[in-house]
Design a protein around this ligand. Structure first.
Ligand SMILES: C[S@@+](CC[C@H](N)C(=O)[O-])C[C@H]1O[C@@H](n2cnc3c(N)ncnc32)[C@H](O)[C@@H]1O
Length: 204
């Protein structure tokens, strides 16, 4: 099949795109990604728009065997991305991982906090099972949220589970035109209205 570059493009703006990621995109004969990801590279003409259909992605990769392909992921490929599916379906040596700046990293930076001492969770397309337990055990928990379980919903869940005596920093639309970083108690976050695709850091 040749090498498939899995390229982390950062939180979604050119400013936070690494030179190595840009080079991998420039060198690709075919660029595969979601709508917002591909929009970052208007200069590329050979692109394939793919959503969450993993079967279709594998089909596209097989039918373009031998060509230089870059699969885009938001943030860093090693942090909740399509990379897990590719590792399950392709030999390791056919995959080149190009790291990116994770939305989680940028959220910690915006909040002025370290992340080596945090626990991580994602409710993006996933259940919230285990989240309450993690928040109870950790002094700092970072959560990727989505429109099905936005930050206000996560806050409500934690309040209902008796873990309400905490604060949270919510980072939405990081490095986008509507970027917003809000800090407040879980009660305040529960009453707020935040974009689904956000990062939330919960602090003891
Ligand atoms: C499928 S996960 C991918 C995470 C990605 N690999 C990373 O390292 O950031 C998608 C989630 O990342 C977060 N995310 C990605 N880009 C973001 C941004 N610009 N602002 C806020 N959150 C973002 C949201 O929680 C979103 O639901």
């Amino acid at each position: 099949m040749g090498r498939v570059a899995v390229v982390g493009i950062g939180p979604g703006c050119r400013e936070h795109l690494t030179p190595a990621a840009l080079k991998a995109v420039e060198e690709a004969e075919i660029l595969i990604g979601g709508k917002r990801q591909l929009a970052l590279f208007p200069e590329k003409t050979s692109t394939i728009l793919l959503g969450a259909d993993h079967g279709r992605l594998m089909e596209v990769l097989r039918s373009n065997r031998g060509r230089r392909i870059a699969v885009l992921t938001s943030g860093d490929p090693g942090f909740y991305s399509i990379l897990s599916i590719l590792l399950e379906n392709l030999p390791r040596e056919e995959i080149e991982v190009v790291p990116g700046i994770s939305s989680m990293q940028l959220c910690f930076a915006r909040a002025g906090l370290t992340w080596h001492d945090a626990a991580f969770y994602s409710v993006h397309g996933r259940s919230t099972e285990g989240l309450l337990e993690m928040v109870r055990r950790s002094r700092k928990t970072a959560v990727l949220t989505d429109p099905r379980t936005p930050p206000q919903e996560v806050a409500r869940l934690l309040l209902a589970g008796g873990a309400g005596n905490r604060r949270a920093v919510v980072c939405e639309d990081l490095c986008g035109d509507d970027e917003r970083v809000v800090e407040g108690s879980l009660e305040e976050v529960a009453k707020g209205s935040y974009k689904g695709y956000s990062v939330m850091v919960i602090l003891e």
